[in-house]
Design a protein around this ligand. Structure first.
Ligand code: AMP
Length: 174
């Protein structure tokens, strides 16, 4: 089977100088790429007892929803502020410049439910940290966190210490 990295395009200096942008749109555009990504994450979860997959807008939806479907689990959407129609909880998180806010429906997770978080990529880990806080405030237990890509040089794992973190492809550096 091909390495998922085969399907990732690296764009230098996007969106600003010095950033190596790891573009996952080229995974989605290629059926073989998508199959390798989804099957790879499903494989990471095959012996794990869990109830729900949680993914965040928008690249987390791309990988999280197919994994949930394949494993017959529910999928919970984490969205940017102001998009969800019912009662929400929110969490601020840091971006490179300033902060942003993520939200999820208050009734999306019940106390004691076991949750897996799926996302496209871990950079600083700030986004995932905010999602974990919301899941735990609702009484959920984060039993694994899965990424397609990990940028090891940004030490996102440090922020997620104590959680079970797995990734399909690791890029050294930022
Ligand atoms: P972070 O909160 O720093 O872990 O970053 C979270 C999100 O930002 C990821 O899920 C990506 O969608 C996006 N992102 C951050 N850095 C990059 C990068 N170098 N290439 C592509 N996407 C990135």
């Amino acid at each position: 089977m091909k390495d998922i990295k085969t399907f990732v395009k690296t764009i230098p200096d996007f969106p600003k100088p010095g950033i190596q942008f790891r573009d996952v749109t080229t995974i989605a555009e290629n059926p073989e790429g998508m199959r390798i990504a989804i099957d790879g994450i499903v494989d990471m979860l095959k012996n794990l007892d869990f109830d729900l997959v949680v993914g965040s807008e928008s690249r987390g939806f791309l990988f999280g929803a197919p994994v949930a479907y394949a494993m017959d689990k529910g999928f919970v959407m984490v969205r940017k502020k102001g998009k969800l129609p019912r009662e929400t909880i929110c969490e601020d998180y840091c971006l490179e410049y300033g902060t942003a806010t993520l939200e999820m429906h208050k009734d999306a997770i019940k106390t004691g439910q076991k949750v897996v978080i799926v996302d496209d990529l871990i950079a600083t880990g700030g986004t995932t940290e905010a999602i974990i806080k919301m899941v735990e405030r609702l009484g959920g237990e984060v039993v694994r966190v899965c990424f397609v890509i990990e940028l090891a040089g940004l030490n996102g794992r440090e922020k997620l210490k104590g959680y079970d973190v797995m990734s399909l492809a690791v890029y050294e550096g930022k």
